[in-house]
Design a protein around this ligand. Structure first.
Ligand SMILES: [Zn+2]
Length: 177
């Protein structure tokens, strides 16, 4: 079973193949990929991330442990923003402190919940279904988040899907769901 370094490095070195494959799909099957420099750079980042992302489902994996604080802080921050306007204890210092109290409670729940709700290792997270979802999310992120044109965003989604699928191939665990 390949480790973190092997998965990430395999993504770092194999990207030219994904680019070549995209050109082949464009030129022979008419897939409307636009391989602009920006699309290829964003695609590279999401390809390499995808090459390790499936191990999110293992509590000891670096990507799982690295994502957990981000999820906890994001959840706590969201709760703080909502709580701030709804607490009234008479003074600003009490209101803000109480809102942070609720925020950290939510953050701690998110910290443990993130591990608890994760499907079992090499379950559905290690599937082509999740690879496709990662591709679609990446497409939507760059198209609607960054305002990238459709052809470039399609390539980014394709690159993300390929990186994720590369991980499944190296694990020897390619399944549909
Ligand atoms: Zn894996």
């Amino acid at each position: 079973m390949p480790n973190y370094d092997a998965h990430v490095l395999s993504g770092i070195v194999s990207y030219p193949l994904a680019v070549f494959l995209a050109f082949a799909l464009r030129d022979h099957l008419g897939v409307p990929f636009v391989l602009s420099t920006t699309a290829m750079l964003v695609g590279y980042a999401l390809y390499v991330l995808g090459a390790d992302l499936p191990d999110m489902d293992h509590p000891n994996a670096l990507i799982h442990r690295g994502t957990k604080p981000i999820v906890a802080v994001a959840t706590g921050s969201a709760v703080f923003v909502r709580a701030l306007g709804s607490v009234n204890l008479g003074s600003e210092s009490l209101n803000v402190t109480a809102a942070w109290g609720m925020a950290v409670l939510a953050a701690v729940i998110a910290w443990y919940g993130f591990t608890a709700i994760m499907p079992k290792h090499r379950g559905i997270v290690h599937s082509l279904l999740f690879a496709a979802m990662y591709g679609v999310l990446s497409y939507a992120l760059v198209k609607y988040g960054l305002g990238m044109a459709t052809g470039g965003a399609l390539f980014v989604g394709f690159a993300a899907f390929c990186g994720y699928t590369l991980h499944l191939i190296l694990d020897g665990a390619v399944s549909l769901v």
